[in-house]
Design a protein around this ligand. Structure first.
Ligand code: CTP
Ligand code: MG
Length: 231
């Protein structure tokens, strides 16, 4: 398989606050988006990488990344799904479109090279099966009613927390996103679209360090993770 990377970075980062959208904030000197781009560029020196950004952030993005001639940018949409769709369209319109797309949140700069290899190995074994990294749930899960009273303890054995990168055959995930866009379906990850149309998706072990920077406090954890990476 050949791989192209879609990095959605067009969100507003509302929950992280702090004035500057989270992808452009610096952790120990380097921006979140550049850390995420470098993660894929070190993994594969030549694969196309499409960064999806907000129309207001064009200058900010240029000031935040180390460019090469296989790094492309495109403008995203109002929902994450619309942004991903733009990236998938971009990959499919390249002169040599990759067979597979890796879709990875800009806000997850700490995925390891090992994780990318694990996802790729799964794609290589079974190219038509989607792949996502996920972590099994450790806490006991309680379902509550609107008064906060417990209705049920939910068995956690088969439950997982989904991460990215999520990888799929490009033409299949692209048409799934196109269909979802026309039907107005709402979804928070890309695997949901495969599930929706009955296509198989495999879970591979995720990583506890592969956090999504969501809240301001996550940046404290991010500084800690960077110091572990570069002691
Ligand atoms: N994203 C995107 N386009 C959108 C919404 C989200 O490209 N319209 C991207 C974000 O930039 C982020 C990733 O999808 O890298 C995961 O989304 P999330 O963590 O929710 O980021 P934001 O939507 O930016 O944050 P918030 O929901 O707090 O506003
Ligand atoms: Mg969001």
């Amino acid at each position: 398989p050949t791989v192209g990377i879609v990095i959605p970075a067009a969100g507003r980062g509302t929950r992280a606050g702090q004035g500057c959208q989270k992808a452009y904030r610096r952790i120990e000197g380097d921006t979140v988006i550049n850390r995420t781009v470098k993660l894929f560029r070190s993994w594969n020196l030549t694969c196309p990488i499409v960064i999806i950004h907000h129309a207001d952030d064009t200058a900010l993005l240029e000031a935040s990344i180390d460019r090469d001639d296989k790094i492309y940018t495109a403008i995203g949409g109002a929902e994450r799904g619309a942004s991903v769709l733009e990236g998938l369209r971009f990959l499919s319109q390249l002169a040599n479109p990759p067979s597979h797309a890796f879709i990875h949140d800009a806000a997850r700069p700490f995925a390891s090279q090992n994780l990318l290899n694990t996802v790729f190995d799964a794609i290589r074994k079974d190219p038509s099966v989607g792949v996502i990294p996920a972590i099994s749930v450790a806490d006991t899960l309680k379902k509550t009613d609107s008064n906060g009273l417990i209705i049920q303890t939910v068995p956690r054995e088969s439950l997982h927390r989904a991460q990215t990168p999520q990888a799929f055959e490009l033409h299949t995930i692209l048409s799934a996103h196109e269909r979802a866009a026309t039907s107005g379906l709402s979804y928070t990850d890309d695997a949901s679209l495969f599930e929706e149309i009955g296509l198989p998706v495999r879970v591979v072990p995720g990583e506890s360090n592969n956090i999504k920077l969501t809240y301001t406090e996550d940046f404290d954890e991010a500084r800690r993770l960077v110091s572990v990476q570069n002691p």
